[in-house]
Ligand binder design. Structure first.
Ligand code: AMP
Ligand code: ZN
Length: 497
């Protein structure tokens, strides 16, 4: 670390955790402030984050299977990952973040059964798997942009990495962790010292309740497919030592993670549903290949519920970012809505909640604009209060990305009684984590009647002529008629009260 990154008020100097700070007192304060703690599913505890290489934090996120539209549930996971990125940057880290696009091998069951999701979708939509992948990848990336989610440095497609996946599996065979059956190359979980390790259950205990396996050639019920031999008319298949075939779902993340981030990197993220299957198996693969758990911190986001229950097509409650836009909301409203809940708790989506978040966004942006032009003097005491708000915000985000708590400090700043540019700057700084475009000027939602606009124009003229008494009189007139008026640097914003 070692960058100038705190401020505007506190700790004007560089104080990385390992930096020789000029004052032990300041260093102590800094250390208590900047300790970034993250909940690690691997150890089931909140841990102080220590990167492998303090210059650059390496993160891998399991991306979408691009066979259908991403829902706002999927987007909740992406928002959590975005907050993680932004918090790391707030703490002065540089980031190398890889996210995969699954365009082959993810079977309908999430296990080793059923049709490939891509092929099913291609059949249903009368398109080629490639067309399906291209179409839904673009929509997914558009959604990220709409939500002001930062694009990971590396976006890698499974089908572009067949060679790396094949090499990985061959190495597993060579190391004695994989075996071939009539239809499949399986990973042998009994060769590991411990499986699973993210979940508590012992394999022996799990065996009793394990689902019935359809492949009697599997040595252990929890062995999973590394490579699958393709039936004659299978659309997506590649030459391999086992004939025309295609990769299993888990191998892509192991192969691409290793290629872009190395054998061991810092953080691996995904939705909570990935813990017992995909992530457990990624760990198994990596241990079989190089004896290492691929990431030191495993972070998982909880589910989004709709009206207290699951999002499902049959209930007609599957919402997309597109639906949010069609209801007239800017997509970042959903982002702000999601900050009402910690990423490790279930969040219940309601349109009432969205309406409240929309009003909140408007108020935050108003506050920013007012402060941008504010000329209230700040006393020493005011500055100390702002400094404390900033410190509290930093502590909240560093406490395992506690966004609900962090938002309470954002509001403290937004409602600060003195209106001053420094408050706007602080809100701007907070927005590097929130990513809600706080500096955007609120748009007028309703058509303003002609006679109101005439008064607004007269007021503009009065202000131009520096006739402030007249300007105030006209503002009172607008209020009497049910309109508020805000003066920003560039424009006069008129809104219905
Ligand atoms: P799917 O498209 O269903 O395979 O989901 C892709 C990923 O998005 C899943 O692995 C989850 O991690 C995440 N996800 C799916 N549904 C939700 C949800 N309702 N809330 C949060 N994350 C979800
Ligand atoms: Zn993955």
């Amino acid at each position: 670390m070692g960058k100038h990154r705190a401020g505007p008020y506190i700790l004007e100097f560089c104080r990385g955790r390992h930096c020789a700070c000029p004052s032990p007192l300041l260093r102590e304060r800094w250390e208590s402030l900047v300790d970034l703690k993250l909940y690690n599913t691997l150890t089931k505890s909140k841990e102080v984050f220590e990167p492998i290489n303090s210059e650059k934090v390496r993160i891998y996120s399991c991306g979408p299977t691009v066979y259908k539209n991403a829902t706002i549930g999927n987007m909740r996971t992406n928002i959590f990952q975005d907050v993680l990125r932004r918090v790391l940057k707030y703490n002065g880290y540089k980031i190398k973040h890889a996210m995969n696009i699954t365009d082959v091998g993810h079977l309908v069951s999430d296990g080793d059964e059923g049709e490939d999701k891509m092929l099913k979708s291609a059949r249903e939509e009368h398109k080629s798997p490639m067309q399906i992948a291209e179409y839904y990848t673009k929509l997914f990336l558009d959604d990220l942009k709409d939500l002001n989610i930062e694009t990971p440095e590396i976006i890698c497609k499974a089908t572009d990495h067949i060679k790396e996946m094949l090499e990985y599996v061959e190495k597993l065979v060579e190391n004695g962790y994989a075996y071939e059956t009539t239809n499949t190359v399986y990973f042998d979980v009994s060769k590991l010292d411990k499986y699973p390790i993210l979940t508590n259950a012992e394999v022996e205990n799990q065996k009793a309740g394990a689902r019935v396996d359809i492949d009697p050639e599997k040595r252990n019920p929890y062995d999973f497919a590394l490579w699958i031999k393709a039936p004659e008319n299978h659309l997506m298949k590649w030459d391999s030592p086992w004939g025309p075939s295609y990769p299993g779902w888990h191998i892509e993340c192991s192969a691409m993670g290793q290629k872009y981030l190395g054998e061991q990197f810092d953080i691996h993220t995904g939705g909570i549903d990935l813990i017992p299957t995909h992530h457990e198996n990624e760990i198994a693969q990596s241990k079989g290949r190089c004896g290492k758990i691929p990431a030191r911190y495993w972070m998982h986001g909880e589910y989004l519920l709709i009206n207290g229950g699951k999002m499902s097509k049959s209930l007609g409650n599957v919402y997309l970012v597109k639906d949010i836009k069609e209801k007239g909301y800017e997509p970042v409203v959903y982002k702000l809505f999601s900050y009402s809940c910690h990423y490790r708790n279930k969040l219940n989506f309601t349109w009432e909640g969205m309406e409240a978040a929309s009003k909140s966004l408007e108020r935050l942006r108003n506050s920013y604009q007012i402060n941008l032009n504010g000329s209230d003097e700040l006393t020493k005491e005011d500055k100390e209060k702002l400094s404390k708000i900033e410190e509290n915000f930093h502590e909240a985000i560093n406490d395992d990305l506690n966004m609900p708590l962090a938002m309470s400090y954002v509001w403290e700043a937004a409602k600060f009684e003195k209106k001053n540019l420094e408050v706007a700057k602080l809100l701007e700084k907070f927005d590097t984590v929130l990513g809600i475009k706080i500096d955007k000027v609120n748009s007028e939602k309703e058509e303003i009647p002609e006679e109101i606009m005439q008064i607004v124009e007269q007021r503009k003229e009065a202000r131009k002529n520096k006739d402030f008494a007249k300007s105030d009189e006209l503002r009172d007139e607008l209020i009497k008629r049910g309109y508020t008026v805000k003066d920003t640097k560039e424009e006069m914003i008129v809104e219905k009260c």
